[in-house]
Write a protein that binds this ligand. Structure first.
Ligand code: TRP
Length: 348
């Protein structure tokens, strides 16, 4: 896709850095926990610095109630902390508090090509039938995402499969910038890390649809704010089929709900799906579901309890976010200063 990357351009030689973001647009669920939060805590302990932010600039690409936005931002921050992310090791901050995100996004708007954005499938899905009534921000959303990543010269981005196309765009922008301005190796070409404990957690009501906060049925998802009884009830009522638990090696292509429950069990218990399948083979769902419910309650209870404690103490969250924003800005502002120099802007 890239027009200017040359195969002989020297590669980026800076340090390894990990970055990811979660949109500040409301309730988090088990899919976010297994696909993102749990994964981030594992990466945090590998030694490379992690930058984790709350994507509130991305959230306003669709309408957000001004009375709720700051609380939504704190809720994501609380989830980061409750999942085990340590603000002494990882930089946790709100995107809008670091103005360099908006600044670099504008410059990248002038690097990215219309044709590249026209191919973005997430925009097509989110704008639906009324493209002309979508915000311009929704269209240029992936360019802001590229700025988020490249401001920190991140080399790895843990994210869902659905974000792979945005990562490709980020690499195209990085390569075109490096090429157009004659600064080979200035920006890294970041890699997506899509292998989580359970990269795709599906709806409890439909094993072919992703677990989602926008699903009208609350029974389709386990929210990180659900209490133990609600979690157990949703698992008990989750959709299965007429069969029993599968044998090892059996194809689950026609049994997406059963596959999903096994995936969740494996991810929560840090085991492989094959291992869990072998344990429950031939049993009825009546035996399996209560065990899954216990496991889910036991794994999520400490996280949800800590989230509730933090949400009741916004001042503690705000201290973390303010400190994170200062540390993030120190890195991001330095990149923007370099970029402005490369682009040739006036400096007094
Ligand atoms: N678009 C991402 C999502 O919806 C959120 C996001 C914004 C992000 N900026 C990012 C993820 C930068 C990774 C890196 O999941």
């Amino acid at each position: 896709m890239s027009e200017t990357a040359s195969p002989s351009a020297p590669a980026y030689s800076g340090p390894r850095r990990i970055l990811s973001g979660i949109q500040a647009s409301g309730a988090l669920h088990l899919g976010n926990y297994l696909g993102a939060l749990k994964r981030f805590t594992q990466l945090q302990d590998q030694g490379a610095p992690c930058f984790l932010f709350v994507a509130d600039l991305h959230a306003i690409t669709v309408w957000q109630d001004p009375n709720l936005l700051a609380a939504q931002t704190r809720e994501i921050a609380a989830a980061y902390l409750a999942s085990g992310l340590d603000p002494a090791k990882s930089v946790i901050f709100p995107q809008s508090a670091v103005r360099a995100h908006s600044e670099l996004a504008w410059i990248f708007n002038c690097v990215a090509r219309l044709g590249w954005l026209d191919r973005m499938t997430q925009f097509k899905e989110k704008s639906g039938k009324h493209k002309e009534r979508s915000s311009v921000g929704l269209y240029t959303y992936p360019v802001l995402q590229a700025a988020d990543i490249l401001l920190y010269k991140a080399t790895e981005v843990p994210t869902g499969e659905d974000q792979k196309q945005h990562l490709e765009l980020t690499r195209d922008i990085a390569a075109k910038f490096n090429g157009d301005f004659g600064v080979p190796g200035f920006f890294p070409l970041p890699e997506p890390l899509t292998q989580g404990p359970a990269p795709r957690v599906m709806s409890l009501r439909d094993g072919t649809a992703k677990m989602s906060k926008s699903d009208p049925s609350d029974a389709s998802r386990i929210n990180l704010t659900d209490d133990a009884d609600v979690i157990a009830g949703k698992i008990r009522k989750s959709k299965t089929d007429m069969g029993v638990m599968p044998e090892p090696g059996e194809s689950l292509d026609a049994r997406p709900e059963v596959r999903n429950l096994l995936t969740i069990y494996a991810a929560l218990s840090d085991r492989s799906r094959d291992d869990v399948t072998a344990e429950f083979a031939g049993q009825g769902f009546g035996a399996f579901k209560p065990k899954l419910a216990d496991l889910a309650v036991e794994s999520l209870a400490p996280v949800t309890a800590e989230m509730r404690r933090l949400m009741a103490d916004p001042a503690e969250i705000d201290r973390v976010l303010k400190d994170g924003a200062d540390r993030a800005a120190a890195v991001a502002d330095a990149t923007v200063a370099e970029v402005k120099d490369v682009v040739g802007f006036w400096k007094g």
